[in-house]
Design a protein around this ligand. Structure first.
Ligand code: HBI
Length: 371
């Protein structure tokens, strides 16, 4: 679907407050926000983005907001108090949204934080909440549930398994309490590679919840070099892995732009995904498939709904390094073209755009039945 779509929407996106867009600190949700922005723009919708000062998103104009970054939710305990720094960037972003909300049909929240959910009833403009991780804290579970009850249909997320991590208590909610939206990438940016080099890839924020150490251990046992790509989020964690596996054949490549990343990724025989937590989706899995790279992943969370076991990769017992090694030995069973084909049929930007546009239009309708 191209060109001006009927009844175009005026959309205001509010980004994650944990890092500037383009820094990689926002992980997969940065890519998700960018891809949805691309698709909505392509379809003729009007879009503005509110994000931390210093954010860059291709050629999209950004309303840059100053203030202290929010603490990352995945480093907090389940019973963590709701906390915000003085001069909170998150609060400043939502004050900006409050002032300009009259110019928009819909606000889309990409922050995994308590405040935007709490503020929803105080806004006149309807708010769509894209939840980018599984359940992490009682306070977030409670406020997400409250908005799901009060504003049905306004909670969207990546996968069914991510939705299931929110053990909602209210009897008022049934299994359709949220929209399962999947994800997508701009396939034109990823080139299919038929003949890889003898090396493996690992992609992601370098942080404990991603369990990079398992991939390093598997690469050492399999005797195959492992190329590591992604934001160095936790230096101490990385140093600890290097001390634990001094002889492992691994190389940290850095945090690359999509163009450079896909060039390197395509050359790999497979990508290892070793999430210790319930990965909400795992955009990196569809980036690998788009390059024709099979994915070997723990059977846990989003990747378990993406990888077609034995066809576009392998799903192994969670936290089993041996399972990873056994799967690496079977890689010649995979046809790399099948990997690219799955990305094209299930994870194109067009397919994601259709789902998102439908979700936005539905929320707008629910909020303004007469329109
Ligand atoms: N933590 N507090 C907070 N807010 C976010 O928006 C957030 C986060 N941690 C990680 C994160 N967003 C993204 O990297 C993931 O949603 C992908």
């Amino acid at each position: 679907m191209t060109g001006k779509s009927i009844n175009s929407l005026k959309l205001l996106f509010l980004s994650t407050p944990v890092g500037q867009l383009g820094s990689g600190l926002g992980g997969g949700v940065e890519l998700t926000l960018y891809n949805i922005a691309l698709e909505m723009h392509r379809r003729g919708h009007h879009l503005d983005i509110v994000a931390p000062a210093g954010s860059r998103l291709d050629s999209f104009p950004i309303k840059e907001i100053a203030g202290e970054l929010q603490i990352t939710a995945q480093t907090q305990e389940r019973d963590a108090l709701i906390c915000m720094p003085g001069n909170s960037l998150l609060a400043n972003m939502w004050e900006c949204a409050r002032q300009i909300q009259g110019n928009y049909d819909l606000i889309v929240n990409f922050a995994y934080d308590w405040l935007p959910f709490y503020l929803t009833p105080f806004f006149n403009c309807p708010i769509a909440h894209f939840v980018s991780m599984g359940s992490l804290s009682d306070a977030m579970d409670q406020i997400v549930e409250q908005v799901a009850i009060q504003f049905p249909g306004t909670i969207g997320l990546y996968t069914k398994s991510q939705a299931e991590t929110f053990a909602l208590k209210s009897s008022e909610l049934n299994s359709s309490w949220c929209e399962v939206l999947g994800s997508g990438v701009d396939l034109s940016l990823y080139d299919f590679c038929a003949s890889p080099a003898p090396q493996l890839a690992w992609l992601g924020r370098i942080a404990p919840e991603k369990a990079l150490e398992d991939a390093v251990a598997a690469a050492q046992i399999a005797g195959i070099p492992l190329k590591i790509f992604g934001k160095m989020q936790d230096d101490a964690y990385w140093k600890q892995i290097c001390q634990e596996y001094p002889d492992a054949p691994v190389e940290y490549m850095g945090f690359f732009s999509t163009q450079k990343l896909q060039e390197q990724l395509g050359k790999c025989q497979a990508m290892l995904m070793t999430p210790r937590w319930v990965e909400a989706f795992g955009n990196v899995a569809i980036e690998a498939l788009a390059c024709g790279v099979p994915v070997i992943a723990y059977r846990r969370g989003g990747p378990a709904e993406i990888v077609q076991d034995g066809k576009t990769g392998f799903l192994v017992e969670p936290d089993s390094v041996e399972g990873l090694v056994n799967a690496i030995k079977r890689l010649d069973e995979i046809d790399r073209l099948e990997c690219r084909r799955q990305a094209e049929t299930e994870y194109s930007l067009e397919a994601l755009g259709d789902r998102m546009e439908q979700w936005f239009q539905t929320i707008k309708q629910l909020a303004n039945p007469s329109s």
